[in-house]
Design a protein. Structure first.
Length: 142
């Protein structure tokens, strides 16, 4: 959250970030009317609104009766609704976020989460065609 907020402040001050920011966010599904209970979700929505065409936020909600159905749905926030995917982030989602193979040498990835997810996605990102392994950073929690 702090990195995304810093980029939004930079954009407000300078007019551009200068690169694309793709943010894949996953958390437990609290139900379609409880989006306001998801940590940072409204703040992320506002932050990526500031980033505009330089930012892309994708939200994945797990433990849902709709999980693994590849359809977009919405959650209700206090003052808006937000599109979400009710499934886990897939390896294909990660590869898509890394960008075109010919541009990946410039891509920097930061992965944070539970060890099983982090280990899986760090390995996938480091071994993705075109990636510089030194540009895959991570942090584990729990």
């Amino acid at each position: 959250m702090s990195m995304a907020s810093s980029l939004a402040r930079w954009k407000k001050k300078h007019g551009r970030v200068g690169f694309d920011v793709k943010f894949l966010y996953t958390t437990k599904d609290r139900g379609p009317k409880k989006g306001h209970e998801i940590l940072f979700l409204n703040r992320l929505r506002k932050t990526f609104k500031i980033l505009g065409d330089e930012g892309e936020l994708k939200v994945y909600l797990t433990s849902s009766p709709f999980e693994n159905v590849k359809v977009e749905s919405f959650v209700k926030l206090k003052d808006a609704t937000m599109p979400v995917m009710r499934r886990r982030i897939s390896e294909d989602d990660l590869l898509e976020a890394l960008g075109p193979v010919e541009e990946r040498q410039y891509t920097v990835v930061y992965i944070c989460g539970v060890p099983t997810m982090t280990d899986k996605f760090v390995e996938k990102a480091r071994n993705a065609e075109g990636m510089d392994k030194r540009n895959v950073l991570f942090e584990k929690w729990w």
